[in-house]
Design a protein around this ligand. Structure first.
Ligand SMILES: Nc1ncnc2c1ncn2[C@@H]1O[C@H](COP(=O)(O)OP(=O)(O)OP(=O)(O)O)[C@@H](O)[C@H]1O
Length: 205
């Protein structure tokens, strides 16, 4: 199980432009960090770099298991983290249930865990609808259900609450608190405060 992420001296660039450099961030089991910064500062890019989808210009991103044992980055990423972004990666022509089940099974969860997540995120009435017919908030709840249904230590979330209504923000806050209490970690790009205690990390120049 992943117990820590250590980012040292990280620089990221898009095209010719350096977004930020020299970023250090340690995240350990049970901790949350809120990535703050203006539009275009590089918060999404940082999440993608941690997920292994964007190669750093400089610096390192390392993952640790129990007792500080280093984890091989490729395995840590494949088995230890979830990335949920703006583009939620849901296939729009599948029904909500087909898509959720596919994603949950792909990431190591079970049908039973998917059903439990459906209950928790109040998705039962939406399951037969094609993803393209869901509202932004409903779609986001489908993608958050995946996090619940296939347990992974590190959640990388890009403005997770933006499309959620007040009631579902409250549920989401409880889910985050449980994830951290169970030893999980959270790195979230946000413009509004997270509904749980989190360290603030300013991204960008
Ligand atoms: N595929 C890409 N190719 C080139 N530039 C990109 C690409 N994706 C993003 N960028 C640029 O990288 C910069 C950082 O984008 P990023 O999405 O990481 O910012 P952000 O801090 O998450 O912003 P926001 O608060 O608006 O979500 C932006 O200027 C953006 O235009």
């Amino acid at each position: 199980m992943m117990r820590a992420v250590r980012i040292k001296g990280l620089s990221l660039a898009r095209g010719e432009r350096t977004l930020f450099s020299g970023l250090d961030l340690d995240l350990e089991s049970g901790q949350a960090a809120a990535l703050l910064g203006r539009n275009g500062a590089g918060k999404t890019s940082l999440l993608r770099a941690v997920a292994g989808l964007l190669r750093p210009q400089a610096g390192t991103i390392a993952f640790e298991g129990p007792d500080g044992a280093p984890l091989e980055a490729e395995i840590a990423r494949a088995e230890g983290l979830h990335l949920a972004g703006h583009h939620d990666g849901l296939k729009t022509t599948r029904t909500a249930w087909e898509e959720l089940l596919f994603q949950v099974q792909w990431t190591g969860g079970t049908e039973a865990s998917a059903r439990a997540a459906v209950e928790r995120l109040d998705l039962s009435r939406l399951l037969d609808l094609e993803v393209r017919r869901l509202s932004a908030g409903q779609r986001r709840r489908v993608s958050l259900a995946r996090l619940l249904a296939s347990p992974r230590s590190l959640w990388l979330l890009d403005e997770p609450m933006a499309p959620l209504d007040a009631a579902h923000r409250a549920v989401f806050g409880e889910i985050l608190a449980e994830h951290l209490a169970g030893g999980g970690m959270l790195l979230a790009a946000v413009h509004d405060p997270l509904p749980i205690p989190a360290r603030s990390v300013e991204v960008g120049a």
